[in-house]
Design a protein. Structure first.
Length: 151
């Protein structure tokens, strides 16, 4: 199995677990005299089985990520950490840009003018550059994931 396939499988397992969680909630209590549509104890057992499988899969994914190098020499784990940092930087820059824009307010007969305290154009360019870098890094990681066998 390729690393990319394992990541898809992990996502599917997470969706299944979310579904089981909802089904447990819907069947955990019923009106007196009624029966649940599904046995919540059986759903819990199934959920624990999925969690056990996920743990094993995640351990293999993490070990493979730590051992696999990208063409630039970084491990996948290092690249993911860098991507997470870039994503947070991008989010902060976008927040700063969005927060610097406000329509004029009217207070009594006077208009209150708002002045941006940041260079919006510069921040937006930085944000765009980081977004491009994130896309390029994602492509590199995904390409490597499809070429790498799960350890």
């Amino acid at each position: 199995m390729k690393l990319a396939e394992a990541l898809v499988l992990r996502a599917d397992m997470q969706k299944k677990l979310d579904s089981l969680r909802q089904r447990i909630g819907r069947n955990a209590i019923v009106q007196e005299g009624n029966q649940p549509h599904e046995d919540p104890s059986e759903l819990l057992r199934e959920s624990f089985g999925v969690l056990h499988e996920m743990r094993d899969l995640i351990q293999k994914i993490n070990a493979t990520n730590a051992a696999t190098k990208l063409p630039d020499g970084r491990t996948i784990t290092e690249a993911i950490a860098h991507r997470d940092e870039l994503t947070q930087q991008h989010s902060l820059l976008q927040h700063a840009v969005a927060s610097s824009i406000r329509d004029p307010d009217r207070y009594s007969m006077a208009e209150i003018k708002w002045v941006a305290c940041v260079d919006v154009r510069s921040l937006q360019k930085q944000s765009d550059d980081i977004a491009r870098h994130i896309r390029e890094l994602n492509l590199l990681i995904q390409e490597t994931n499809w070429k790498t066998d799960l350890g």
